[in-house]
Design a protein around this ligand. Structure first.
Ligand code: ADP
Ligand code: MG
Length: 337
């Protein structure tokens, strides 16, 4: 049920979500698709997303009576009480994204919950509902967002070239595809498929499908559970290393994050295996009880705050050491034969 949050709750939420470029729209739409429990998500853009963005999912859909509510500010089905903020399990919870997107674009929503015979189509231009009708459509939701900033042309000037904007979008969808390997993602740019993941659940398979680098074939899989944390993902053998951390990707409970704490855990895990100033390639997903991390910081920052950093560093460094040690044994065995 989608409801507008009470002022008491919405005041507690770090606010100020701004749609400043196409990638912010793609982020919100893809996160909504993940929250909807989709198994398949297709992202299609044209002209760097400035003229056309389409995100299609086969998730739970929106009830026809609730489609307009979904576009109201602070309208969400994901939380209702202030206490819910202490343990958010979904990617979204602010209820602001659709309202913000619809205000600066021409947006069309086509949606149908699985138990409904007919779906609903809602067209909104610059925040005003233009059309609402019943339509036949597959289960799930499609959002088509066109003509970004058509009603505020001055803001268009701040957009980068089509190429630069599409790079940001592809990077974002890449990161999301890796942390949700159980979802089949397809990324299409100007009619060309950039990547498709299998959705078979393996993060390493998703990394290979997305980045298409042969040197990633030897990434070592990580999986360790301790102290209330689970660390999964894949990391490079020490022989594959970089002069910076640009090929390190960290995730906490399904969110892309920047985390000094997780970086520290990785550095400790590789200690004595890498020279100063060299960095491994890592894709690491840390899962823990949502009550032990704070995600309500700032919507556009990738920051995350752990209630206690020490166990995080410990668990990650152990996970890395364990994976590398197991891999050493594999390499030695293969040398022998
Ligand atoms: P939030 O994600 O913070 O709840 P949004 O403005 O992004 O806020 O979306 C508002 C509401 O619309 C969501 O809470 C959800 O109920 C519904 N919704 C949006 N996108 C989808 C989708 N792809 N599938 C199903 N429901 C959706
Ligand atoms: Mg959302």
């Amino acid at each position: 049920m989608i409801k507008v949050l009470s002022k008491k709750v919405s005041d507690k939420i770090a606010a100020g979500e701004v749609i400043d470029r196409p990638v912010s729209i793609v982020k919100e739409l893809t996160e909504n698709a993940v929250d909807a429990g989709a198994e398949n998500i297709t992202v299609e853009i044209r002209n760097g997303g400035k003229t056309f963005i389409r995100v299609t999912d086969d998730g739970c859909g929106i009830e026809p009576e609730e489609t307009e509510t979904a576009f109201l500010r602070h309208a969400t089905s994901k939380i209702s009480r202030a206490e819910d903020l202490d343990a958010v399990e979904s990617l979204g919870f602010r209820g602001e994204a659709l309202a913000s997107i619809a205000a600066v674009t021409r947006t069309t929503l086509v949606t149908k919950p699985g138990d409904r015979k007919t779906g609903c189509r809602l067209v909104i231009h610059g925040g005003t509902v233009i059309e609402k009708s019943a339509v036949g459509c597959p289960d799930g939701t499609t959002m088509v967002v066109t003509d970004l900033f058509y009603n505020t042309p001055a803001r268009r000037e701040f957009l980068k070239s089509d190429g630069a904007e599409s790079t940001r979008i592809i990077d974002l969808v890449s990161e999301l595809s890796v942390v949700y390997p159980g979802i089949r993602f397809q990324m299409i740019n100007n009619g060309r498929t950039i990547f498709t993941t299998s959705g078979n659940g393996s993060m390493k398979q998703a990394v290979l499908a997305v980045y298409q680098l042969s040197e990633y074939r030897d990434l070592v899989e990580v999986d360790r559970e301790a102290e209330g944390f689970r660390v999964t993902g894949c990391i490079s053998r020490p022989s594959l290393n970089r002069p910076n951390r640009r090929n390190q990707y960290y995730y906490v409970n399904g969110r892309v994050v920047d985390s000094r704490v997780m970086e520290k855990g990785v550095a400790q895990g590789y200690r004595e295996r890498l020279f100063e100033g060299r960095f491994p390639v890592v894709f690491l997903h840390l899962r823990t009880n949502p009550g032990t991390v704070d995600v309500n910081i700032h919507p556009n920052k990738k920051e995350v705050r752990f209630h206690d950093d020490k166990p995080v560093v410990r668990v990650i460094s152990e996970a890395v050491r364990q994976a590398l040690a197991t891999d050493d044994a594999v390499i030695q065995a293969s040398d022998y034969f």
